[in-house]
Design a protein around this ligand. Structure first.
Ligand code: SF4
Length: 433
């Protein structure tokens, strides 16, 4: 069997800048499983100019992409069906996991929504699959609906880094180059009501095994490691386990309190919550010593009532302290903010002043966007001004704004100007010129 694995990427307004370029990790996991089963496969990713190999006819094509690529995935499936009529087409990935219905269309044979790889291995073995996958029967022209297939424990799959090693020079997180992704957890235990991540695995959160995770980190030949768990450390116990696991990989010559080593010190980037960081301030120096150099934190809003509405479970009153702690500990911050379509001029100005007052130099502004598959989407369905998936990229209004649209966008883009003051952003832009 020969398998093509394609990452389908839709362009966004920021594609020209591409502040974040990372490997298609989910496809690398699939490729690892395929090679364990002795199956030949090729990753196709336009971002890295990895095109489909010439002269090779696939038996199976697996397409994966984010929510914005929904239509493009369906188009690619049909293009492939035209070119390779005997090949089967499967769609997988986090968008398909929650929105399998969207892909039960002409041109697609399987929608893989299992949260793990056991079902995939059964499928590869040619056995009947009854869960984790919807299957199209071309004789009856009907779809068989698979049962839920949740993950109970994390799987022991260490992704092969061969693809990453080929493209690592092109990867980046803002100004940091050669950035590998590592994932240990599944889902998120918090319940922020706008968030898609908490729906994965039907809300059942599976913690990482920090020992195995750090073993992966240690073995990747790259300086920067982005730990992409939706919330990397959720409790103090997690932090202590992570510190213990990191120490195992510390440089024995210089003692435990050094960054882990493997062809050089590792610098870690992780998603963490503000409440966790502030409540565990006494551990931050140790986390820094374990290599934690940058945190990505969902601030969402300076307004406590808005955070309450979002069910964020934390108050914005801790953000100032967080920004101070991180500065003192020399840990870089990317703060994530959400701009609501109901914002008026005052709300925008308050947000801009807030970012300035906290002296936050790297941040993102996302327009509140109800994501297909969430309750928020169902509740706001009647308000949607578009159903084009490409517009659900957090940079477009998909529900009406209170302010005139042109004025809302003007303020939204003005809100990005402060980023030009950031040395890191300027370094990134210089690297593009
Ligand atoms: S903590 Fe972050 S990842 Fe978890 S539900 Fe909230 S926004 Fe989503």
């Amino acid at each position: 069997m020969i398998v093509f694995l394609e990452k389908v990427r839709e362009k966004t307004l920021f594609s020209a800048l591409d502040p974040i370029i990372t490997e298609p990790l989910e496809l690398i996991y699939i490729q690892t499983v395929l090679s364990q089963e002795g199956i030949e496969s090729y990753i196709i990713d336009p971002l890295f100019k990895m095109n489909k190999p010439g002269g090779i006819i696939p038996d199976l094509i697996i397409l994966s992409g984010y929510n914005v690529a929904e239509n493009l995935i369906i188009k690619r499936a049909n293009d492939y069906k035209g070119k390779y009529p005997l090949a089967k087409i499967m769609v997988s990935g986090v968008h398909a996991q929650i929105n399998r219905q969207a892909f039960r269309v002409s041109g697609i044979d399987f929608v893989y929504f299992s949260q793990g790889f056991e079902t995939f291995k059964i499928f590869l073995g040619g056995e009947t699959v009854t869960k984790g996958m919807d299957i199209y029967n071309k004789d009856t022209k009907t779809w068989t609906t698979g049962e839920d297939d949740l993950l109970k424990n994390s799987e022991d799959i260490v992704p092969c880094r061969g693809f990453f090693n080929l493209i690592k020079e092109k990867t980046r997180y803002i100004d940091k180059k050669s950035v590998a992704l590592v994932k240990g957890a599944h889902g998120c235990p918090y319940k922020c009501n706008f968030c898609y991540c908490r729906l994965l695995n039907k809300g059942k959160y599976i913690k990482p095994d920090y020992g195995k995770l750090m073993s992966q980190v240690y073995n990747i030949d790259s300086e920067y490691i982005w730990l992409i768990d939706d919330c990397f450390l959720t409790t103090r116990e997690d932090a202590l386990s992570f510190i213990k696991a990191s120490k195992k990989y510390s440089d024995p010559g210089t003692g435990a309190k050094t960054p882990i080593k493997c062809g050089g010190a590792k610098s870690l980037i992780a998603y963490l919550r503000a409440d966790f960081l502030v409540e565990n301030e006494d551990l931050i120096s140790e986390l820094k010593a374990c290599g934690l150099d940058e945190v990505i934190v969902g601030f969402e809003s300076p307004n406590p009532d808005t955070l309450n509405d979002y069910n964020k479970g934390q108050s914005s009153s801790i953000y100032k302290r967080l920004a101070e702690i991180l500065k003192r500990k020399n840990i870089e911050l990317t703060a994530l903010f959400i701009v609501d379509p109901q914002y008026n001029t005052g709300d925008f100005l308050r947000l801009f002043r807030y970012i300035e007052a906290l002296n936050i130099s790297v941040y993102t502004l996302s327009i509140m966007t109800p994501l297909k598959g969430t309750l928020d989407y169902e509740n706001k369905k009647q308000l949607l001004t578009t159903t084009d998936p490409a517009k659900f990229d957090f940079l477009h209004l998909v529900i009406p704004s209170k302010l005139p649209k042109w004025y809302f966008y003007t303020l939204f883009y003005i809100g990005h100007l402060r980023l030009l003051k950031s040395k890191r952003i300027r370094k990134m832009i210089r690297g593009l010129l």
